[in-house]
Write a protein that binds this ligand. Structure first.
Ligand code: AMP
Length: 589
């Protein structure tokens, strides 16, 4: 293991490193820094976020640029505003003893003329998001024709977010003989193509295996009924009293709903998704950074810039559509040498995906059980005991001590402890004493199949299928969004070629049928009818000819026509804590 001195960095940088408290180089730094300092060639580095990659390209860039010149020499492209600001901050910290250094962040959502002014003052390094950079180039607000070093950070994310054309455009304004350093967590074909088209014979380094999760993150999955997802989430949180977590949902709507429910149930939670304004997102992120929010519920896109190092748990409330995305999610924990846990809540229909993820991340998942009520009570009790044990005494209490002593004169120490702990414990105990087992065995147990066969649900036929571009997840999302239903209200979605089936509870039957009366989607009538087959697809009620897209004129209420997304999301008023009046509350950290 080498030291920062061994890597050949100059004294100004070494001093900054000491100030930052970095004692030894991380793996990516140990591998990348000597290459970048020792040559003017290109580099492809496969490294996750949190591995110290900003310093891996940052130190060499700072070492190589000329701070006495006001020409822009280094350009760092990053996918999000948050990451752009984070990199800029880190570069300033790393270069704090480099006199004359000017690093400028360029990103959307902030005044372009102010950023242009900052650049004009002589920015040797620009850190930018692709959209804003392209904009500034076209308005001639920046000159990147003399840059010598370009970094494509989180290249896979930039391509995922559709920045390919912007990146191509930006790079076309840079000199051919510059060095390009590409950093990416994963190596999909699109990233290889960028490396091939824009780089000359790059050296390659890999930290861990391609797409592989870092070794300090352990992976766990919990098999539950789809309808118990939220209760399971709460139990996982309650069983980990010091949790500081990012919870991933698949849609903005689910993200908002889960966060709202958690807040209603007394948790320190917040939502982060694209329907929030930049200002709202900044507020949530600031609260999260300050640990005022313990559970940040986020979509994949919104979570891209999360740069918080001490996240203890990532919880996959739902698995992502693209299983490769799991690598990014789990990379939000186990950063900067710390350990972390990535948990997945899965229903039976999704459990096979765990195997595919294991193949991608080259790590095994541990199947674990959602803790039962008494386990949670015990954890909470012991956590409280530890907290009390570690609490510094506030001597303001001293003056009340004699009256308190008087009150407890006849109470033994044991009794006093029991009373004291009961204040907190009883709330958890009352809530959890009748809590059911939420676990489902892979080969049976309670799952949607039970829900289907218990005659409380209705099965429907719908005349759209895979030909129309749906799979079970996208169709479920479509139905949920149109009908404004919760995540688990639509189940047993089975997509065939030109039609599909799905279930809801019987109570929703009228709503579903009513809603789809004369319903048009993208100019086509969508038929939904009750199916006679309650579980496995097949026959629909009646034998009329129901050609795909055929309008049903025989239904009542024919005038009611709705378009996509016409109505607002319904806010859940249900008390997700079941019949208990008490909902465990989390105390602030
Ligand atoms: P990054 O992967 O660049 O986002 O870095 C993740 C975090 O690790 C940042 O907060 C860095 O300040 C920190 N970091 C980077 N290099 C080191 C190091 N050698 N030792 C300890 N922390 C580091």
């Amino acid at each position: 293991m080498s030291t920062f001195q061994d890597l050949g960095l100059n004294n100004d940088l070494l001093q900054a490193i000491t100030d930052l408290g970095f004692t030894k180089p991380s793996e990516v730094q140990e591998k990348a820094i000597p290459i970048l300092l020792g040559s003017e060639g290109d580099l492809v580095a496969l490294a996750q976020t949190g591995t110290g990659k900003t310093a891996a390209f940052g130190f060499p860039m700072l070492e190589k640029i000329d701070v006495n010149s006001k020409t822009t020499q280094g350009l760092i492209l990053s996918p999000t505003r948050e990451l752009c600001l984070q990199i800029t901050n880190e570069m300033k910290l790393y270069g704090k003893y480099c006199k004359g250094l000017n690093v400028v962040a360029v990103y959307g959502g902030s005044s372009i003329s102010e950023q242009a002014r900052d650049v004009k003052r002589g920015a040797q390094i620009i850190v930018a998001t692709p959209g804003r950079m392209k904009d500034m180039i076209s308005r001639r607000m920046v000159d990147i024709s003399k840059i010598q070093y370009s970094v494509l950070d989180e290249a896979d994310e930039m391509l995922n977010m559709g920045f390919k054309e912007d990146i191509t455009n930006i790079l076309s304004h840079t000199p051919d003989d510059k060095s390009t350093w590409l950093f990416s967590a994963t190596m999909p074909r699109e990233v290889s193509a960028i490396a091939k088209n824009f780089m000359h014979d790059p050296q390659e380094i890999t930290v861990g295996n391609k797409n592989e999760s870092t070794s300090n993150v352990s992976h766990e999955y919990y098999l539950v009924n789809a309808r118990d997802r939220y209760q399971s989430l709460k139990r996982l949180a309650d069983a980990n009293p010091d949790i500081f977590s990012v919870i991933f949902c698949r849609t903005k709507r689910d993200t908002q709903k889960v966060a709202e429910k958690l807040i209603e149930d007394g948790y320190n939670a917040g939502a982060l998704h694209g329907d929030l304004s930049q200002n709202q997102r900044d507020l949530v992120m600031n609260a999260f950074r300050k640990n005022q929010i313990q559970m940040l519920v986020a979509t994949d896109v919104a979570a891209r810039g999360i740069d918080v190092d001490d996240v203890t748990h990532v919880i996959n409330y739902q698995l992502p559509d693209e299983i490769e995305t799991y690598t990014h999610r789990s990379g939000r924990t186990g950063r900067a040498g710390k350990t972390g846990v990535s948990m997945v809540i899965v229903s039976k229909s999704e459990v096979r995906k765990i195997k595919s993820i294991e193949r991608i991340i080259k790590r095994k998942f541990e199947k674990k059980d959602i803790p039962d009520g008494m386990e949670i009570c015990e954890v909470q009790l012991m956590s409280l005991a530890n907290k009390i044990n570690n609490t510094e005494i506030n001597h303001e209490i001293d003056k009340y001590l004699s009256s308190i002593n008087e009150l407890f004169e006849d109470t033994s120490k044991d009794e006093l402890i029991k009373k004291f702990f009961s204040v907190e414990f009883t709330r958890f105990y009352d809530y959890y004493k009748k809590a059911k087992n939420l676990n489902v065995s892979a080969d049976g147990g309670r799952d949607d199949s039970e829900r289907v066969s218990n005659s409380k649900s209705t099965r429907y036929f719908i005349n759209v299928g895979s030909k129309d571009g749906y799979d079970w997840m996208t169709l479920k999302d479509f139905l949920k969004d149109q009908l404004q239903l919760g995540q688990d209200d639509v189940f047993k979605v089975e997509v065939k070629d030109s039609f599909s089936f799905f279930n809801t509870e019987n109570e929703l039957k009228e709503k579903v049928i009513d809603f789809f009366t004369d319903f048009k989607n993208n100019g086509r009538f969508v038929n939904v009818e009750v199916s006679e087959n309650r579980g496995g697809g097949g026959k629909r009620r009646g034998d009329r000819n129901r050609g795909s897209g055929r309008r049903r004129d025989d239904r009542k209420g024919g005038g009611k026509r709705r378009s996509e997304g016409a109505s607002k999301p319904r806010r859940s008023n249900s008390n997700s804590g079941g019949s208990n009046a008490f909902k465990p509350r989390r105390s602030r950290r």
